[in-house]
Design a protein around this ligand. Sequence first.
Ligand code: HEC
Ligand code: HEC
Length: 103
Amino acid sequence: MLRIGKRRGCGTGASIAPGSRRYTHAVLRLVLIAILALIAAIAIAAYFLRPEPPMMPRDMDHLARQSEKQCLSCHGLGQKVPRKPTHPNANDCFRCHNLKPDT
Ligand code: HEC
Ligand code: HEC
């Protein structure tokens, strides 16, 4: 019995097993760190590559003081100058759109 067990352990084999398991954990940790770094890189790239909101031109349509509801009477879906379907789904226009600087 004891002899068979020893033969199965095969000398150095027994000491490699725990070491290789530690190696596997290190590789797993590296893969995890790489995946997290990739996700962070994609998030940062998405943040900086997102489109800039265009500024409102200084014309009669936009210089007038008006509510955000009135903006949608021209820029709403199906109106004269509709926003693109990919436009951010947010209706507080002035958070993102300012008048062009007066220069
Ligand atoms: C009477 C209709 C009308 C109203 C009301 C109006 N707009 Fe406009 N808007 C236009 C037109 C027409 C253009 C295109 C002007 C041009 O290209 O010179 C435009 C252009 C813009 C642009 C620039 C788009 C681009 O691609 O450069 C933005 C931003 C914008 N409007 C936001 C707003 C916001 C915010 C409001 C509400 C405060 C508003 N508009 C109210 C007619 C209107
Ligand atoms: C969260 C920020 C945000 C808000 C709030 C917002 N917009 Fe925009 N808008 C953008 C961005 C970003 C773009 C450029 C989109 C692109 O280039 O794909 C844009 C583009 C536009 C354009 C140009 C046409 C187009 O679709 O690209 C118009 C007109 C416009 N917005 C009108 C409005 C109006 C009117 C409101 C309020 C009812 C509004 N936006 C609210 C971010 C915003």
